[in-house]
Design a protein around this ligand. Structure first.
Ligand code: BJ8
Length: 423
């Protein structure tokens, strides 16, 4: 890191010793997974810098925003409308929850057998190791899966949590419920930040967040080319950084990278020419969870798309910019978010249709369904995914994993066998 941030971390109440441990694991892991890649686009330099400053520059920006009276709002799900947080003057941070550090603390308040993503967010808060979490003034949660919904009750003992009731189905009455939840969130944020959301502030926020999503979509679509001009690991990293970086700067950097990738496509340059093209689908892969993509690409395949919430589900839809007044904009926002194909919905045919379309558009040779251990919605829905893909003749491998490296060798063997099978 370019500066010494210890004073800042100390003033935020971080457990500096535990935090040192966390920071000491990132550079070697990043070096092995990312910096060892060859032929990377020059535009990745910005994203490497963001990781090198992971608890530095961006945290300083958040602290400066707070010093000016602004609020920072943490989220754990792509269902939380970031446009509204921005329009109310807040900064929205997708909290990562992708590492095991803090599990021992988390297990004091949670069962051991719970999804690692939930254990991770509780652990980060209780162990005071995440400066993003410590920068947050409130968290907006949701009632997507049972584990998260109940964990938010506990988290509320440590930080104010507003929970949005996300419907489990997509009928008209569910849409009405969601519309009212979106409006309630706006009222709660206005009260919390002291800023009224106006038609102008919301319109501006919609435009900025749309621009970010469109830049990510542009990047994704470039990966339909063969050879793909960028690795899946690099793309995933960018999708992970999208959750917390400054929106305008991030959008600019992704678009600059895409300009470079377009030139690579014209020159026929890219990653692996001959390896199988793989789509990964399932539960989110929060930073620094790169285990499965690293195994896939180290085995000679190229990851061409992520049907994940740290992937296409986050940016494939935008909010129409034609809303004439606040009310219509809120309706458009509600409807855009309800289109997300999370396995917490029943039934969830949109995800299956999307996967089949993606396999064609990205010329995928196979799909890897990857769910976190103890995640019932995705583990059960894997059956529907398998059935739908089988009917279309698309090969699928199902895996379940957590944040440890304990199963890496076994996953490696299974993934290599799958890749060999699909040729
Ligand atoms: S929209 S996928 S981000 S809920 S992995 S905590 S589901 S037990 S993360 Fe998710 Fe929103 Fe859906 Fe996306 Fe529960 Fe499963 Fe854990 Fe999960």
């Amino acid at each position: 890191m370019s500066n010494d941030y210890r004073k800042m971390w100390g003033s935020m109440g971080l457990d500096l010793e535990a935090h040192d441990q966390l920071l000491s694991v990132i550079p070697p892991a990043y070096g092995e997974v990312y910096l060892s890649q060859t032929n990377r686009p020059a535009g990745m330099e910005y994203f490497d810098f963001v990781v090198s400053e992971i608890h530095g520059q961006r945290i300083q920006e958040l602290q400066e925003h707070k010093a000016r009276g602004g609020k920072v709002v943490g989220t754990f799900c792509v269902f939380v409308p970031e446009e509204i947080i921005r329009a109310a003057g807040g900064i929205c941070i997708g909290l990562c929850s992708g590492a095991e550090i803090g599990f021992a603390e988390a297990e004091k308040v949670l069962p051991r057998s719970i999804c690692p993503l939930i254990k991770s967010f509780m652990g980060f808060k209780l162990a005071r190791v995440c400066p993003y979490f410590e920068s947050c003034d409130m968290v907006v949660g949701e009632t997507t899966c049972d584990g998260k919904k109940k964990a938010f009750e506990i988290l509320n003992d440590y930080i104010p949590v507003h929970v949005m009731e996300t419907p489990q189905m997509k009928r008209e009455k569910d849409k009405s419920l969601w519309n009212s939840e979106v409006r309630e969130l706006m009222a709660r944020l206005e009260e919390f930040t002291g800023q009224t959301v106006t038609a102008d502030s919301l319109r501006q926020a919609i435009k900025e967040v749309n621009a970010k999503r469109l830049a990510l979509l542009r990047l994704a679509e470039l990966r339909q080319k063969s050879p793909a001009p960028i690795s899946g690991k690099d793309s995933l990293l960018i999708e992970q950084i999208a959750m917390y970086d400054d929106v305008r700067r991030f959008t600019l950097k992704v678009n600059q990278l895409c300009d470079e990738l377009e030139a690579r496509v014209r020159e026929g340059k890219g990653v692996s020419q001959s390896g199988p093209r793989i789509i990964v689908t399932g539960t989110p892969m929060a930073i620094p969870n790169w285990k499965v993509p690293h195994i896939i690409e180290s085995s000679g395949a190229v990851l061409v798309a992520e049907e994940l919430c740290t992937g296409l589900r986050y940016f494939e839809n935008t909010v129409p910019e034609t809303g004439e007044d606040l009310d219509q904009m809120l309706d458009f926002i509600a409807s855009r978010y309800l289109d997300i194909n999370c396995a917490c919905f029943t039934p969830n045919p949109g995800r299956l249709e999307k996967l089949i379309d993606l396999a064609g558009e990205y010329r995928a040779d196979g799909v890897i369904h990857c769910s976190l251990t103890f995640c019932d919605p995705y583990a059960v829905e894997a059956n529907r995914v398998e059935k739908a893909l089988k009917e279309k003749g698309i090969p699928l491998l199902r895996i379940e994993t957590d944040y440890s490296q304990g199963d890496a060798a076994q996953l490696n063997t299974r993934i290599e066998a799958f890749l060999e099978m699909i040729g």
